[in-house]
Design a protein around this ligand. Structure first.
Ligand code: GSH
Length: 217
């Protein structure tokens, strides 16, 4: 059995790393974590030693290298079927893949206007209209999923899935930027943020010594 290694960026800022890390933690498989502080020293050379794409996260499993958070999720779902990283029901699984892809390829206004910074509360920000529209789309998605899957558990599709990992950095932004949310949307965000794995990541982010000036407005 090879040892899995997950190469990640700063826990405070690297939202894509968080997504892959949450999926890997959900498998309960032991793994080695290798953190490369972004924009620090020779950080790009260090990342390129693991992936020519020059981005984190990267998963190494023996001779196999998988980069990109969603591809890592898919790889883990195949390798650890018992973890049920995708819903078992085919229709729910298709929808979970669709909302995960929607996050992966979209919501650029939220990503640009509200960069992840777990250590900092930035309240009173006036959201641009396109950012407001994305917040509304995400809340309507979360509310609809929770309504339909509530009987199976507290996550988007009942049990924790890759979809929850993909949206966790949105929940953190809603908290750190003090975004006012409808009650059901807020309830899901609160639940997600209180999960033990997210708490573990948050504590590590709070203790990190690195800071990226551009993200610390
Ligand atoms: N689509 C990629 C995005 C990865 C990504 O952009 N990662 C950021 C850190 S969160 C990064 O490596 N940034 C380095 C850079 O900006 O060059 C994924 O899903 O993993």
């Amino acid at each position: 059995m090879t040892t899995l290694t997950l190469i990640i960026g700063n826990k405070n800022y690297s939202s894509w790393s968080l997504r892959a890390w949450l999926a890997l933690k959900a498998t309960r498989a032991p793994f080695t974590e290798h953190l490369i502080p972004l924009y620090d020293g020779d950080w790009m050379t260090a990342i390129r030693e693991h992936s020519p794409a020059g981005r984190v996260p990267v998963l190494e499993d023996g001779a196999i290298t998988v980069w990109d958070s969603l591809a890592i999720g898919e790889y883990l779902a195949e390798k650890f079927p018992a973890a049920k990283l995708w819903p078992e029901d085919a229709a729910a699984r298709a929808e979970a893949r669709a909302v995960s892809a929607e996050m992966h390829s979209g919501f650029t206004a939220i990503r640009n206007e509200l960069p992840m910074n777990l250590r900092k509360l930035i309240l009173g920000i006036e959201l641009r209209p396109d950012t407001q529209a994305e917040v509304a789309r995400i809340c309507s998605m979360w509310e609809g999923l929770r309504r339909r899957h509530a009987s199976k558990g507290p996550f988007l599709f009942g049990q924790f899935s890759i979809a929850d990992a993909m949206y966790m950095p949105v929940a953190t932004r809603f908290r750190t930027y003090g975004i006012k949310l409808p009650a059901a949307c807020q309830a899901y965000a609160d639940h997600a943020l209180a999960t033990p794995h997210m708490q573990e990541w948050q504590q590590a982010a709070s203790a990190e010594p690195y800071a990226i000036a551009a993200y610390n407005r």
